[in-house]
Ligand binder design. Structure first.
Ligand code: WTA
Length: 654
């Protein structure tokens, strides 16, 4: 296969710009530059065409876009069903017996499972009937706390079939995290599993689910038998998935949903300690999930799409469930760890299943890169034709390594910028158009408009940095609200530059005249730890729940593989003495309250935190300390001596 055309800008240091090959241009759904201009002429009309062409509506909309700042609606009064579009439509075509989901379990000796669209359709119908039989109705919330097994897609699509709102919680989040989300969502039913495999061990998920269901409105817990570990079932509350499914009728009519009915809520971290339920509605989300999957990843019928993101994150929702299935594409999902039992497990999976599209996070690429090329060389990776990244800025070395060693210089690397709030990718290069520039995500997806503003709201010049915003018409799959908290919706996204400009909380640089954008990371207290979104305040809350903690502050420090890691500064209560044992207990406390992803890299015990005279913690100083930067002026502090003390104590170097 041909290699991508390479053009090295001679005049700048080490800048690479790649363009698609003729072969890629010919094959790609979109290869004409004109798409951007055409869409920009009338974005509302552009999206209307997409929604009509890509989806089957039970009844048409009467108004395409309605904007009452800071709220907007798409395809107003249109009636549609997500599961019908992801499944029933394909029943009438040759895709009926095509694999929809290929599932690879972690244990190497266990057989894979393949579900055709027909199989998935039948399972979803049955599970939809199970939910109904338990009293779940349109608009009710259903919690899903499952590992990466096909039951996760079955449960999500079954909810959408009957109009129930799913709220998936990452299976590596703790029982406590699950509980706070379920309380906020007021879920009626929770779907979970007995356990799952992680690095050869069985994790008892049901035990966490039990903690999560305490003090919530959950009436029933449906338990998938996955790992066969012993679990306690509570009489009258807990039910086995397989038992319910064996009696469930096969047909369940899809509920006609309003385009602006809620499809799901997904909790994500913001700047406070309380995660917020991001609300996504139906018609708009489906439209962008479908078209971004198709155009960004150049999805064709013969493709096998492996998005490594867990379903508990938005990337899993859109690219390991809705997006590819709406396109009738085959998805691969994997239960376990990418390096189990060996560091070539992921390449073995690519080879075994002929994966053509591979989508992962920069953190995974940096980790794999560190293992060396020998693990890749054992496998034939020529089935791959497109690579993607998501979740955090990618550094040039990781980008080039991915491009050269994984993609063999054939595969474009599509660096997609987006957020839980945006529902689908919004800034990236299109594979048939390019350019593919390491560290530069690309342009706004056709039909969407972004800008980069300075502090006072003026657009920055090319080459300059500022804050990334989105302008109306907002992408159809954008956040509609924060669940039960419209005030937070308004203040978080629509207060910095007013209610007509969506504020992303990301820093960005206007790269060139073409409209390419480089993302530079969050500008708030949200961390991306190994691609996982966490807030420093959540980690602080977890720590202060411990008896010995009087006060603490958590900041993100740069990390070569994980991107960022939390570092905690802790002041102990009077009478408590610091010890290695206590530090390890504090780390455990965070894992217990949030989950292993939030584990602090270092805990610095200190007598006091740097504060202003009004008593505010100066995070700027703590951030500088963990980055090894100069601290700057400390004269305005109430306790400047603390800074000197902390300088000696911070051991963290990346
Ligand atoms: C960051 C993940 C740079 C960004 C889909 C955003 C990125 C946050 C990229 C959202 C990228 C995502 N380049 N940064 N390609 N993609 N981000 O909600 O800071 O888990 O605001 O959604 O990830 O994280 P979330």
């Amino acid at each position: 296969m041909a290699k991508l055309t390479k053009w090295v800008k001679e005049d700048t240091d080490n800048k690479f710009v790649f363009w698609p090959t003729e072969e890629m241009k010919k094959r790609a759904w979109i290869s004409e530059e004109s798409i951007y201009k055409e869409a920009a002429k009338d974005p509302v009309a552009f999206w209307a065409v997409r929604a009509k062409e890509g989806l089957e509506w039970f009844s048409p909309w009467t108004e395409t876009y309605q904007w009452n700042p800071p709220y907007y609606k798409w395809f107003v009064n249109g009636k549609i069903n997500a599961s019908y579009n992801a499944l029933d439509r394909h029943m009438k075509t040759g895709r009926r017996n095509k694999p929809a989901i290929i599932w690879e379990p972690e244990p190497v000796n266990e057989p894979k499972r393949v579900l055709t669209f027909n199989d998935l359709y039948c399972e979803v119908n049955k599970f939809a009937n199970v939910l109904k039989s338990l009293g779940v109705k349109k608009g009710d919330r259903v919690g899903i706390y499952l590992p990466m097994i096909p039951e996760v897609q079955i449960a999500m699509l079954a909810c959408s079939r009957i109009g129930a709102v799913h709220s998936v919680v990452f299976s590596a989040f703790s029982g406590e995290s699950l509980k706070s989300r379920m309380q906020d969502a007021q879920a009626k039913v929770l779907v979970t599993a007995d356990g799952y495999y992680r690095r050869g061990k069985i994790i008892n998920l049901k035990a966490n689910a039990d903690i999560g269901a305490n003090d919530t409105s959950i009436e029933k817990i449906i338990v998938v038998k996955r790992a066969g570990n012993e679990v306690k079932l509570m009489e009258g509350r807990d039910l086995w998935w397989h038992k319910l499914m064996s009696k469930a009728p096969l047909d369940c009519k899809p509920e006609p949903m309003d385009s602006e009915d809620m499809l799901f809520t997904l909790y994500t971290s913001g700047t406070t300690g309380k995660p917020k339920g991001i609300v996504h509605h139906t018609g708009g989300y489906l439209t962008v999930a479908l078209w971004t999957s198709k155009w960004d990843f150049d999805l064709h019928d013969e493709d096998v799409f492996w998005c490594t993101a867990d379903i508990g994150w938005i990337t899993g929702h859109t690219y390991a469930c809705y997006g590819p299935l709406l396109n009738g594409a085959t998805i691969l999902i994997y239960e376990g760890s990418l390096d189990y039992p060996q560091r070539d497990r992921l390449w073995e999976i690519v080879e075994k299943h002929g994966v053509t599209i591979f989508y992962t996070a920069p953190t995974a690429i940096r980790m794999i890169l560190g293992w060396g090329e020998e693990w890749l060389e054992k496998h034939d990776l020529t089935s791959l034709r497109l690579l993607g990244t998501v979740g955090e800025p990618i550094n040039q070395d990781a980008w080039l390594w991915y491009f050269r060693h994984v993609g063999g210089e054939r595969c474009p690397v599509i660096d997609t910028w987006w957020q839980t709030e945006t529902g689908a990718t919004l800034i990236n290069s299109l594979p048939g158009i390019g350019p593919f520039i390491p560290t530069v995500a690309g342009r706004s997806f056709p039909g969407t408009t972004h800008d980069i503003l300075d502090e006072v709201g003026s657009p920055v010049k090319i080459g300059e940095g500022g804050y990334l915003v989105q302008k109306s018409p907002f992408a159809p799959g954008m956040i509609r609200d924060v669940y039960k908290d419209p005030e937070r919706y308004k203040s978080q996204y629509w207060s910095i530059y007013g209610d007509k400009t969506y504020y992303t909380s990301d820093g960005a640089i206007k790269w060139d005249e073409m409209g390419n954008i480089r993302l530079t990371g969050r500008v708030d207290d949200v961390m991306k730890v190994a691609g996982h979104r966490l807030s420093t305040a959540e980690v602080e809350n977890a720590l202060t729940q411990h008896d010995s903690v009087a006060e603490c502050a958590v900041v993100a420090a740069p990390h070569d593989i994980k991107g960022e890691v939390p570092i905690a500064f802790v002041v102990l209560k009077q009478g408590t003495t610091s010890s290695a044992d206590l530090v390890s207990k504090l780390v455990k406390q965070v894992v217990k309250v949030i989950g292993p992803t939030a584990k602090p890299e270092e805990i610095v015990i200190t007598d006091s935190l740097p504060k202003t005279r009004s008593g505010k913690i100066m995070r700027r100083i703590l951030k500088a300390l963990v980055k090894g930067e100069t601290v700057g002026d400390t004269t305005t502090l109430m306790n400047p001596e603390t800074v000197e003390d902390l300088k000696e104590k911070v051991g963290y170097t990346r």
